[in-house]
Design a protein around this ligand. Structure first.
Ligand SMILES: C[S@@+](CC[C@H](N)C(=O)[O-])C[C@H]1O[C@@H](n2cnc3c(N)ncnc32)[C@H](O)[C@@H]1O
Length: 531
């Protein structure tokens, strides 16, 4: 760690560096300042774990740091770490962690970086930039407010090292691009502030970035926030995309990236976003055509199914599918200078997003063509009733339209029928000794639900089943996406999580199926016991 500090001492531009080389052969003032900066990291880590808002984590038997999520939540009691011991929250454990981090950095690169703190709406470097940015997400996180928690302590020790950075008593708030009504007076004013500011940032990026390189923007904001007239909509996404389009960008690609940890607090037992989406943008050409809504819709219908298959082949988590499909959809939308509706009015981003969602839904429904008749029946039944009981007459009627029969569905091992009622079997009810090789009426539905059942025992158990099923499992993954989408719409969180978990484990299950099995256990859901 000291090596790293000595290296940084010469390369970091501190405000009060003398640059004088001491007898030891390196910049002494720089060394002192660098040491001060790194010790201040310890101060931040200590303050995060040694305050009266740290909860107790019973399973790990240790205090949890305050910023487990981006908020300062109330807690009624708090766990007190021992700062002079060796356990969680102690100075010694922080030093060890810090050292581990630095050792990793030192191994990676010895290149000096350059960082400048600036308001993104007004940047000093005005040309030739290669830009990759992770912008603020509408009203998602109040970074400036939250930063005060650390800033006030850091300011005490680092004011002399970075006088400009620490010139204000608290973190500057006014320039922060975040749509917070309490700062701007109303929801409307906050939205306008964010849209205007973000548009200005994007315009600068469009003008100042190097023309040979696209700019990439990371976006990790879940779109399904609220349900409006036009379907699921999100002001955050719309406002952000508005700004990107207004600045003259078109989207030329989208890369979903697995950036979020499964273990983070917001992800625990929820359908929180698992990926970030990197939007790849280039300036829209001046001769971009204007098209009608109908033409836009046909382009979406022609291109989205392929994009969807591509995303699925990349094993995008079902929970992120609708979000990820915005990219290819918006790539179509932003290719045109404008899309006009029947009244000659330009189509709004909200309307475009609604159409993208609609076409995505249709594309998913079209994949039903790959399923057998029994599975198509089960899907339609599941959409209506889930795993609950329904009338025999309704099941019979549905079976005619799906070209199957209730008796056959019982034989297939999908449903239970009796006393005028019918219901789908839950994964926990499926037989343990099921062998697809001897199943004379093998269905995609069974494959998925047996996989959900065995995944509860671990990925190795699921891999054994996948090895027996062979290439047939690919279509099972398609069914998982469809089932997840249905569950999300019907707010059946428990089942949704199990289908999502199955897809997320897919690459590992496939790998284990190809290689020799090894012992391990990852649990999915409770196989719908509570449904
Ligand atoms: C999504 S966060 C980026 C987080 C970062 N990738 C990380 O891992 O720490 C967005 C960042 O934009 C910053 N920001 C907000 N308004 C800004 C402005 N006007 N100029 C520059 N940065 C701004 C926020 O303070 C926040 O740090």
């Amino acid at each position: 760690m000291l090596e790293k500090i000595k290296h940084d001492a010469g390369s970091i531009n501190y405000s009060n560096n003398s640059g004088a080389m001491g007898e030891l052969g390196f910049d002494i003032d720089g060394y002192k300042n660098a040491l001060g900066v790194y010790i201040s990291f310890l101060v931040s880590k200590l303050s995060d774990l040694n305050n009266n808002l740290t909860a107790w984590k019973p399973d790990a038997q240790c205090p949890v740091h305050l910023f487990a999520r981006q908020a300062v939540p109330m807690v009624w009691d708090f766990a007190e770490a021992n700062p002079i011991g060796e356990s969680s929250g102690s100075l010694l454990s922080m030093i060890k962690n810090l050292d581990r981090g630095f050792t990793t950095f030192t191994g990676i690169s010895r290149c000096a970086g350059l960082s400048i703190q600036e308001d993104a709406t007004n940047q000093a470097i005005t040309s030739g930039k290669v830009v990759s940015t992770d912008p603020p997400y509408y009203d998602n996180i109040g970074y400036a407010d939250l930063s005060d928690f650390f800033y006030i302590w850091l300011r005490r020790s680092l004011k002399k090292v970075y006088p400009e950075l620490f010139s204000t008593i608290a973190v500057p708030k006014a320039e922060e691009l975040v749509a917070t009504p309490y700062r701007h007076g109303s929801k409307g004013k906050a939205e306008t502030f964010f849209l205007d500011g973000m548009t200005m940032v994007m315009k600068h990026l469009a003008e100042q970035s190097h023309p040979a390189f696209p700019i990439t923007i990371y976006y990790a904001f879940k779109q399904s926030e609220s349900k409006g007239k036009s379907g699921i909509a999100s002001t955050g996404w719309e406002t952000f995309l508005d700004a990107v389009i207004e600045a003259g960008f078109s989207l030329t690609g989208t890369w979903p990236m697995r950036t979020e940890m499964k273990a983070r607090q917001v992800a625990a037992s929820t359908n929180a976003l698992a990926s970030s989406i990197a939007l790849v943008c280039r300036r829209r050409t001046l001769d971009a055509p204007s098209v009608s809504r109908r033409e836009f819709l046909s382009a979406l219908k022609a291109e989205l199914p392929m994009a969807l298959a591509h995303l699925q082949a990349g094993n995008i988590a079902p929970v992120d599918l609708a979000q990820a499909a915005i990219g290819p959809g918006m790539a179509v939308f932003t290719r045109y200078s404008q899309v006009v509706d029947a009244e000659g009015q330009p189509l709004t981003v909200r309307a475009a997003l609604a159409l993208i969602n609609q076409v995505l839904d249709e594309a998913l429904a079209e994949q039903e063509g790959d399923f057998d008749a029994d599975t198509r029946w089960a899907l339609a039944w599941f959409e209506q009733s889930g795993f609950a009981e329904g009338e025999y007459g309704v099941a019979e009627q549905l079976s005619k339209s799906k070209n199957t029969a209730v008796g056959g569905l019982v034989d297939a091992g999908i449903i239970k029928s009796g006393r005028g009622k019918v219901r789908l079997l839950k994964p926990v009810e499926l037989p343990d000794d099921w062998d697809p090789a001897t199943d004379t009426r093998l269905t995609v539905w069974e494959m998925v639900h047996h996989l959900v059942r065995v995944l509860n025992k671990g990925e190795t158990a699921a891999a054994e089943l996948v090895a027996k099923l062979g290439s047939k499992t690919e279509v099972a993954r398609e069914l998982c996406y469809r089932l997840y989408t249905l569950c999300e719409r019907k707010k059946r969180a428990n089942e949704a999580m199990a289908y999502n978990a199955l897809v997320q484990s897919w690459p590992e299950i496939q790998r284990l199926a190809r290689e020799a099995p090894r012992a391990e256990a990852t649990s999915t859901e409770d196989m719908f016991e509570q449904v």
